[in-house]
Ligand binder design. Structure first.
Ligand code: TPP
Length: 580
């Protein structure tokens, strides 16, 4: 067979069912046999960035590796943002790119780009294949590396002549990956030490990151939480790892986290970090972060441990195994009579929770409040739906005001903060989980970056629901201009609803063959969401025209200490008054 046929066969052999991509010259030999595959569904997107985000959404909704494809040069470079996004959020995707003929490589050939060089710092691994015989091994390695250990994106760049050459397909190929061995079993001694700290500390916090979801370790997390009785904070990447409704869940930490979650970390005497990475959006100023806390840091990637915060007890291992072992070790400590009394800690935590719950000021009269819209979508669509967000204020409100009760129901661009993520990622999630209701909660700015994938959704019968939270501006940037630049709104007005509708999102939706709805008054919010819930054969886009000066609170301004958390403009929580 040809190298291209061998590549299709290899993809089938690793179980690929869905691929998102766009053909072009260098990858044409692959698209020809792809047409004959009975196992692989190729979804033709409208922009390669959309293919990449769709692969990410698919991966996160299904737990499988997402696949995207592009031709050489501009096709491949259009994938770069999505690859970087997947790298930052540890999402397992494989990107297959066509490369120019191997004899042209290095000559500035037509549509030549050194995509292996370009993506070197943003892939877990990448490779250039110029020999057809190498294709099965390259594909097997790519899927193995993307999905094992700390997941991440892998790029396989295949030259056109390798796709065209004759070869023999043999499977399975022998994987020979010297230096690649993910440690999944944690060290016993470290586990015992962590359990000792967990059963003797007075103010422990379980700091849960996205890796707990990647490891499918929610059941083990629940057991550890309940065995220890410790409070839990779930990062932006970990929402749903423990149900929001669980009484020990204090919510999200970080720049827009709850007062209780942020303050619990600040005042903790022990932080048990479970597959989280002490991101600056969580720690604020690192020097003043959690000054009294000892740190147990568990991660499958040894490079994370001690990267930002020194760990007193480092644990390298898969979150599922780490958590399971920790439960046993804590049970053993309890049996030996070692149990911390957390009642004083919980009195404090409950006090912060009750005094400073999430909330928002009402919208000016007659206007729709964005927080209300998002919270009503969550309430009406329910915890079985998947919610995918863009980046900005709407993303933070979707994190704050939707109740996540199940793992893998919240998908967003956490590390890279990629505007334009929502629509294509929701498309990928819905392609992977067709029986689940999938909402994209998007901003009017983000939506204008990738809404062309609505065409892909209509044509391929992927009926997502899109809520455009239309504040007619780049809201998150406007918020910072409001707070830190004296209200000078340089280049953040989008003209999408105030004074003009450029574009008119309802007409745009209809032009794509979607149903377009508009909601401009608070009384219509529920009815509009319910109407969208009833439409399941085509995508629905709702233009929620909301007031533009709503702000995301609480907020820790960038780079300052988490102690400086504000609950509203110039308003800090008064902890002392509370204690009194
Ligand atoms: C690709 C990209 N460009 C720029 C930014 C910087 N940025 C962060 S949030 C934001 C505004 C987003 O506006 P919108 O989509 O309308 O959402 P809102 O904040 O109003 O909810 C911008 C420009 C980004 N995160 N990503």
């Amino acid at each position: 067979m040809t190298g291209a046929q061998s590549l299709v066969r290899a993809l089938e052999s690793v179980g690929v069912e869905t691929v998102f991509g766009i053909p072009g010259g260098a990858i044409l030999p692959l698209y020809d046999p792809l047409m004959d595959s009975e196992k692989i569904r190729h979804i033709l997107v409208r922009h390669e960035q959309g293919a990449g985000h769709a692969a990410e959404g698919y991966a996160q909704a299904t737990g499988r590796v997402g696949v995207c494809m592009a031709t050489s040069g501009p096709g491949a470079t259009n994938l770069v943002t999505a690859i970087a996004d997947a790298y930052m959020d540890s999402v397992p995707i494989v990107a297959i790119t066509g490369q120019v003929n191997s004899k042209l490589i290095g000559t500035d050939g037509f549509q030549e780009a050194d995509i292996v060089g370009i993506t070197m710092p943003i892939t877990k691994h990448n490779m250039l294949v110029t020999d057809a015989a190498e294709i099965p091994r390259a594909v097997a390695e790519a899927f193995h590396i993307a999905s094992t250990g700390r997941p991440g994106p892998v790029l396989v760049d295949v030259s056109k002549d390798a796709l065209q050459a004759q070869t023999t397909f043999s499977w399975p190929p022998k994987l020979d990956l010297p230096g690649y061995r993910a440690v999944t079993r944690p060290h016993n001694k470290q586990i015992r030490e962590a359990a000792r700290l967990l059963t003797t500390s007075e103010r422990p916090v379980l700091y849960v990151g996205g890796g707990v979801l990647k490891a499918h370790a929610s059941p083990e997390l629940l057991r550890l939480a309940e065995e220890t009785g410790a409070p839990v904070v779930t990062t932006l990447m970990a929402l749903g790892a423990l149900p929001d409704s669980h009484p020990q869940n204090l919510g999200m930490p970080g720049m827009h986290g709850t007062v209780a979650a942020v303050t619990a970390l600040q005042k903790a005497d022990l932080i048990v970090s479970l597959a989280a990475r002490f991101d600056d959006r969580v720690t604020g100023n690192l020097d003043s972060f959690a000054p009294h806390a000892k740190v147990v840091h568990a991660d499958i990637d040894p490079a994370e441990i001690g990267k930002n915060r020194i760990a007193d007890v480092p644990i390298v291992g898969d979150a599922k195994e780490v958590l399971a072992e920790l439960v046993l070790a804590v049970e053993a400590e309890h049996k030996a009579g070692h149990r911390a009394d957390l009642s004083t800690w919980w009195t404090q935590l409950d006090g912060w929770r009750e005094t400073y719950p999430l909330g928002h000021t009402p919208a000016p009269e007659g206007e729709v409040s964005p927080q209300d819209v998002i919270s009503r979508i969550g309430a009406i669509s329910g915890p079985e739906s998947i919610y995918v967000a863009g980046v900005g204020q709407h993303q933070m409100w979707a994190a704050q005001f939707i109740q996540y009760e199940n793992p893998h129901t919240w998908i967003n661009s956490g590390g890279l903060g990629t505007m334009g993520f929502a629509v294509p990622a929701a498309m990928g999630a819905k392609a992977g989980a067709p029986d689940t209701v999938v909402w994209a909660i998007d901003g009017d700015g983000c939506f204008q970056m990738t809404n062309q994938e609505l065409a892909t959704c209509v044509i391929n019968q992927i009926p997502i629901k899109v809520a455009v939270i239309n504040n007619s501006s780049l809201g998150m940037v406007r918020q910072w201009q409001n707070l830190f630049y004296n209200g000078r709104f340089s280049n953040t007005d989008l003209h999408t609803s105030v004074g003009s509708r450029i574009p008119d999102f309802v007409k745009l939706a209809e032009a794509y063959g979607c149903v377009g709805l508009r909601c401009e008054s608070p009384e219509d919010v529920d009815a509009t969401i319910k109407k969208a819930m009833e439409i399941n054969d085509v995508p629905v886009v709702i233009d929620f025209v909301v007031h533009r000066d709503a702000m995301v609170w609480p907020m820790v301004p960038a780079g300052v200490s988490n102690d400086a958390i504000q609950i509203a403009r110039d308003t800090a929580p008064d902890f002392e008054e509370r204690e009194n």
